[in-house]
Design a protein around this ligand. Structure first.
Ligand code: 5GP
Ligand code: MG
Length: 189
């Protein structure tokens, strides 16, 4: 599939759309149903922790697919400096929510790549003594490290390629594309 409509100048930088807008919307709806079913009875004690900045768009859609009482917290993590397309390891920027003891915590990120971001956050959150810690990503790369990382909710498995859109950036741009796609080689400098 090649991008054709909307987001003109941005779309022109896209080589291939891997996951389209409608496909994402449908999957988010189903993930919401699964999470809600798994957490029946936890009403009022769920905290969704959005991993920023990449998880922003996904979280915004996911929480609206969750019908139960919940709170939203943020964890700002930086792993890709500027134009790098290889992670240099996650770094927590600022503090985690502090009131996670006894609560069901669901960490929500855009993508599972090396798994280091979610492993680090899971360990940090666990120190507070939550009732449970789960992880949810929209996409997971089909690479050994990602597949070996426990993750309760995965939207899509994709090939091990650098992708942008729906929260995912290149040099902090392209996050606002409503689909997930690969960048044209000329754009990645
Ligand atoms: P991990 O710690 O699992 O290696 O990496 C997770 C973080 O790296 C994600 O939250 C995301 O910000 C970034 N990342 C990993 N793969 C990609 C990718 O293909 N494209 C973009 N834009 N960011 C990625
Ligand atoms: Mg990120």
């Amino acid at each position: 599939m090649t991008p054709s409509r909307g987001h003109g100048p941005l779309s022109r930088d896209i080589d291939r759309i891997l996951i389209g807008e409608r496909q994402i919307a449908e999957r988010v709806r189903v993930l919401g149903e699964q999470i809600a079913a798994d957490l029946t009875g936890s009403d009022g004690s769920l905290v969704i922790v959005a991993v920023l900045t990449g998880g922003l768009v996904f979280v915004a859609d996911l929480v609206r697919a969750l019908p139960m009482r919940l709170r939203i917290g943020i964890a700002a993590v930086s792993s890709y400096p500027g134009r790098a397309t290889k992670s240099r390891g996650p770094e927590l920027v600022g503090a985690l929510p502090r009131d996670l003891a006894g609560r069901h915590v669901l960490l929500v990120d855009d993508i599972l790549d090396t798994g280091r971001t979610l492993a680090m956050l899971r360990a940090e959150v666990s120190k507070q003594g939550p009732a449970s810690v789960g992880t949810c990503v929209l996409v997971r790369k089909q690479k050994p490290e990602a597949l070996a990382m426990p993750c309760e909710y995965v939207g899509f498995d994709i090939p091990d390629e650098f992708v942008v859109g729906y929260g995912l950036d290149y040099d902090d741009e392209y996050r606002n594309l409503p689909f997930i796609g690969t960048l044209r080689a000329e754009v990645r400098r």
